[in-house]
Design a protein. Structure first.
Length: 147
């Protein structure tokens, strides 16, 4: 089934396809928070910006850096939700475990990148040795042929 995507603010059709949305078995409204633009064009986008990952508290990266006063009164309860969630001990522990896992994955990526570099360097060294051996074999064959 070919789905059509539309920008809710402008009504323009979006040509880009999203695998998750294409896999849905029903039509729906899907909001991809990481793809929200910095300029908030609709009331919905302004509200959802609270859940965006781009504005974080400098002291605690789990807390959103949101000025509650910039939101209408009817949105303020929703604006507080992320802070309330982070203050729950179980949720906080889950977030910290997630941070630990991400840190370990980053370390593993660095280790793999280092090993990949060593492999590339070793491959270059082997290529040089192969060329040197080929040249040596050529010289030996040349010397034998000149006798």
């Amino acid at each position: 089934m070919l789905r059509r995507y539309y920008d809710a603010a402008t009504g323009e059709e979006i040509a880009e396809r999203e695998e998750f949305i294409e896999g849905l078995t029903h039509d729906s409204f899907v909001i991809q928070i990481p793809r929200l633009r910095p300029e908030r064009r609709t009331a919905t986008e302004r509200l959802l910006a609270v859940f965006g990952q781009h504005r974080r508290d400098e002291r605690d990266g789990h807390l959103p850096d949101v000025d509650e006063a910039t939101y209408p009164e009817e949105y303020r309860k929703v604006v507080r939700w992320p802070n309330v969630a982070v203050s729950e001990p179980d949720i906080r522990r889950t977030m910290e475990v997630g941070d630990d896992i991400l840190a370990e994955l980053e370390d593993m990526e660095c280790q793999i990148a280092g090993k990949d570099k060593v492999i590339e360097e070793n491959a270059g060294t082997l290529d040089e040795k192969d060329r040197a051996l080929a040249e040596k074999d050529r010289l030996i064959a040349e010397l034998r042929g000149s006798r």
